[in-house]
Write a protein that binds this ligand. Sequence first.
Ligand code: HEC
Ligand code: HEC
Ligand code: HEC
Ligand code: HEC
Length: 253
Amino acid sequence: MPSKLPKHIFNLLLLLGIFALLAISAKIYLTDPSFYRFGHYRADAVPIIAAGTPLYQGSAYCETCHDERLADWSTGIHSTVQCEVCHGTDREHPDDGKALIPADTIRLCTLCHEAMPARPARQPQIISAEHPFPGDEPEPCQNYHDPHSPGDSQATEGTLNTDTPAAVTAGGAINVPAVASKCAKCHGKQGEGRKKNPALAGLESAVFIERINMYISGARDNKKMARYASSLSDKEIAELAKYYENLPAIPPQ
Ligand code: HEC
Ligand code: HEC
Ligand code: HEC
Ligand code: HEC
């Protein structure tokens, strides 16, 4: 029979036969035994991958040492942006780490905030080329926005409305508007509340004082408010209580 096959066809079949033999022995001798146990992959690879150390440690890990930052961040609008998104990952930190502060914040911030038609409208967007800067040159974003709680510093520090009810400021040596301007960055310049920060305008003064004392004692657990409440003297608390009680309650913007 073979003599009837033309020589070139015989050679071709021989070559195909050798190739098939090679492929089958490669399949038998070179594939890992765990291949195909669960599917078209090496089953033993799964525990090896699972045993690796995770690259991202999560924001809760940072809290163990940076609880002040975490307190700013967790009550702010950026609380959906994890620490490591901006600071990167570095397992050696803090013992022998590289600089974790992003060098180019303009690049970092525009990564999420540059205007794009497909971006959800609730994510604030800017057109870098048209973004106003006080000088001619673009400046790092953190000069004007607190990266950990951007809403806070967008506020109106120092621009507290000066025509506050006169009865409140009269009589005491305490400059209530100046003290209240510290609170305005979160609670609004008329105590109207901003985002997650509750309104204070119209709050009954006894309630105000009670709440402030709860932050000081820890009965209410809020690190930010604990810090601000503890910074106030009793007299300041009493004056602020009157001040906010007299402000008209307005719905939050
Ligand atoms: C075990 C404690 C510890 C943990 C956990 C920790 N840090 Fe730190 N971090 C430090 C210390 C201490 C410093 C100050 C180091 C210095 O000034 O040289 C620091 C400094 C920093 C700085 C400032 C670096 C600079 O160049 O000035 C950043 C940013 C930072 N940490 C981010 C983070 C982030 C993000 C996490 C979570 C992924 C984190 N850290 C977790 C202890 C810690
Ligand atoms: C949106 C980006 C962003 C997020 C999210 C963020 N950071 Fe930062 N962080 C920055 C930038 C930018 C700076 C540098 C600020 C500056 O130079 O004023 C900074 C500074 C710091 C510093 C050094 C502060 C100082 O003043 O010395 C620490 C520590 C830090 N961040 C920790 C954290 C931790 C912990 C979290 C998570 C709870 C976090 N950051 C989340 C952008 C971010
Ligand atoms: C990973 C994406 C991401 C990065 C990076 C990021 N942001 Fe944001 N930022 C957001 C989102 C999302 C919101 C809106 C959150 C919401 O409305 O719940 C926001 C909100 C804001 C707001 C609006 C605050 C308000 O009160 O309306 C400002 C200002 C802001 N970011 C500034 C910055 C700055 C400055 C940086 C750089 C240091 C930065 N962001 C980096 C995602 C990001
Ligand atoms: C960094 C932002 C921030 C600043 C600044 C700030 N607060 Fe607050 N404040 C908050 C947040 C967030 C809450 C809600 C906390 C909670 O869930 O208990 C709060 C709650 C309060 C409450 C309780 C309101 C209620 O209805 O229960 C009072 C009173 C108050 N703040 C007063 C002040 C005063 C006075 C100052 C200025 C000395 C001030 N805050 C500064 C963020 C802030």
